[in-house]
Design a protein around this ligand. Structure first.
Ligand SMILES: NC(=O)C1=CN([C@@H]2O[C@H](COP(=O)(O)OP(=O)(O)OC[C@H]3O[C@@H](n4cnc5c(N)ncnc54)[C@H](O)[C@@H]3O)[C@@H](O)[C@H]2O)C=CC1
Ligand SMILES: CC(=O)C(=O)O
Ligand SMILES: [Mg+2]
Length: 538
């Protein structure tokens, strides 16, 4: 047995008190040391055991890693730009030792999973996401770059922590903040014009603004807004099929969304656009699609009567005329909304663990759907809006369940299983990045994101969705990522955005059949094998 894997197995056998946080962190430390010592072997271990180790290098353990990063820190990984580096970022980037960087995941640490502002310690999430880029998408590990932009933190505990690694001052805001992100973008795209930048775990107000600011000029996307939306759409379409209905019935679904942050609004925006397209893509279609969503945030149901309504949520605020008819008011509680609307789906992106309480789940029993669906998407595990045990025990075996962090399936007795799906953007972001890279697309368009979501939705077979399995198991993540990337490449070609990659120019890309595109993607994925040291002539 490979030494570090042996260490992991011994740790499991010797841990007497079960999977406590310390135990999770110890596992992460063993893997992290291997990452530092032998990158090829690390990724071999990760790829071959992805189901077992993704929950360690990614959610859930990565949450605990970020919370404790200053104490866990042994060696630097990635680049740190601080507010004090203003004016120096270009030279810092040109000093980075890699000639080519394909993928950057950048965060400012302001909203790490559902754990809030973790400041510079949020670098752990950028490292974890890039681990999946290598393991799932086969991006060469020498060409990935985790980035932390340290503009301070508003986390009072970290501001007083003597071990804290970052700037111990409150966050920069306003134009000063934007200038720093602008400088970073200019620097990385000057040195590596073909890099793709994934924005990760920025607090909502900046997530939307920065996405609008850069998306038409740079190869970038926001994973929380756009990746999450695609994964949710694929799952929502799966939930329709699980009822034995065709996907085209999606616009009839009534969906209650708890959470109006970057993730929740991203989902409602993209899902309503998908519905509208199915209905004919005109004004009437958009209006009809909009009326299928009820958004509840920390202050209750969002309606047009809300004072100081967030502009991103405004289009989905329930109209006054609809409210009287539905018997609901501005600020109505989640339970009230579920009782009155009898939704087909409740979808949580609130970061509030247990929000789908017994009462909410009881109310969902009156859903107008033959198979109500629950998406408890908040991370990490303790932030899930409910557990699969709660969902299946209260609503029964017909419920379709998915969560952002992994949970075990539920034994329903009599040989029946309640499937616990993982509805996490990890099923899309690696394929979006890889497809953008291999197409050489100038930007990441809405069409490319939609193609990614549709490929994920169609990946699940009829017999699987009818059993309530709406997302693939993590063990198939490399295969699904290849398919998603191929769909992204083809859409980039169709939209005339593709400029080609290495020897494959845009014209040749356009000539590839669907199958050849999948092969092209597969042949460009990195595999963990040691490079040949001695030249051997065949
Ligand atoms: N499964 C996945 O792939 C993903 C999951 N997420 C998770 O989504 C969660 C939210 O992320 P963001 O939108 O960026 O955060 P955010 O902090 O911007 O938004 C949270 C939203 O939840 C609302 N909220 C708070 N308490 C509530 C309550 N009691 N009832 C209803 N709504 C309530 C807030 O008003 C706010 O609108 C996080 O836990 C994150 O881990 C985010 C991206 C991807
Ligand atoms: C999965 C993810 O991106 C998040 O929870 O923020
Ligand atoms: Mg995220």
């Amino acid at each position: 047995m490979v030494q570090p894997v042996g260490d992991l197995k011994r740790l499991e056998q010797n841990a007497r008190d079960g999977p406590s946080d310390t135990y999770q962190l110890a596992k992460w430390r063993i893997l992290n040391r291997l990452h530092d010592r032998n990158e090829t072997m690390y990724y071999k271990v990760l790829i071959d055991n992805i189901e077992e180790y993704a929950p360690i290098v990614y959610t859930l353990t990565v949450g605990a890693v970020c919370q404790n990063y200053s104490g866990l820190f042994r060696r630097p990984r990635g680049m740190y730009f601080s507010a004090e580096d203003r004016g120096e970022m270009m030279s810092m980037v040109y000093n980075w030792p890699a000639d080519q960087v394909d993928m950057i995941v950048v965060t400012d640490g302001s909203r790490i999973l559902g754990l809030g502002d973790l400041g510079v310690q949020g670098i752990g999430i950028a490292i974890g996401k890039l681990d999946l880029y290598v393991a799932a998408a086969g991006i060469n590990p020498q060409r990935v770059l985790p980035v932390m932009i340290d503009v301070g933190t508003n986390n009072e505990k970290l501001l007083k922590d003597p071990l804290y690694l970052g700037l111990q001052e409150h966050r920069l805001e306003g134009e000063e903040y934007v200038e720093i992100i602008d400088e970073f973008m200019e620097a990385v795209f000057s040195r590596w014009p073909n890099v793709i930048v994934q924005f990760e775990d920025f607090q909502s107000k900046w997530a939307f603004r920065l996405l609008q600011r850069y998306r038409k000029t740079y190869r970038m996307f926001n994973d929380d807004v756009q990746g999450t939306a695609g994964v949710a759409i694929a799952g929502l379409l799966g939930a329709v099929r699980a009822q034995g209905r065709p996907m085209i019935d999606f616009p009839k679904q009534k969906i209650v969304v708890a959470g109006a942050g970057s993730a929740g609004i991203g989902v409602v925006n993209a899902a309503s656009r998908t519905m509208a397209r199915m209905l004919g893509n005109n004004e009437v279609a958009f209006e009809s699609a909009r009326s299928q969503f009820w958004i509840v945030d920390a202050h209750g149901l969002i309606t047009e009567e809300r004072v100081d309504i967030d502009p991103d949520a405004r289009p989905f605020a329930r109209r006054k005329s609809e409210l009287t008819h539905q018997g609901l008011n501005e600020g109505a509680s989640l339970i009230e909304v579920v009782k009155k609307v009898k939704p087909d789906v409740i979808l949580g992106l609130s970061a509030v663990g247990g929000l789908f309480s017994k009462e909410v789940l009881e109310a969902l029993k009156d859903s107008s759907s033959s198979r109500p669906a629950i998406f408890a998407m908040s991370n990490p595990t303790k932030n899930a809006e409910c557990t699969p045990e709660e969902a299946f025990s209260i609503i029964g075996e017909k419920v379709v369940f998915s969560s952002g962090s992994p949970f075990d399936d539920v034994d329903l007795g009599d040989g029946k299983i309640g499937h616990s799906n993982q509805g996490n953007n990890m099923y899309l972001f690696p394929g979006i990045g890889l497809g953008t890279l291999l197409s050489g697309a100038r930007i990441v368009s809405d069409g490319m994101l939609q193609a990614a979501a549709e490929r994920l939705a169609s990946y699940m077979k009829e017999e699987e969705v009818l059993q309530g399995i709406i997302y693939p198991p993590t063990s198939r993540i490399r295969d699904i990522t290849k398919e998603v990337a191929a769909a992204v490449v083809r859409e980039a070609v169709a939209e005339d955005l593709a400029e080609g990659y290495r020897d494959m120019d845009a014209r040749e890309l356009a000539r590839l059949s669907e199958e050849e595109t999948v092969d092209y993607v597969k042949n460009n994925m990195w595999n963990p094998v040691y490079p040949t040291v001695v030249y051997k002539k065949d």
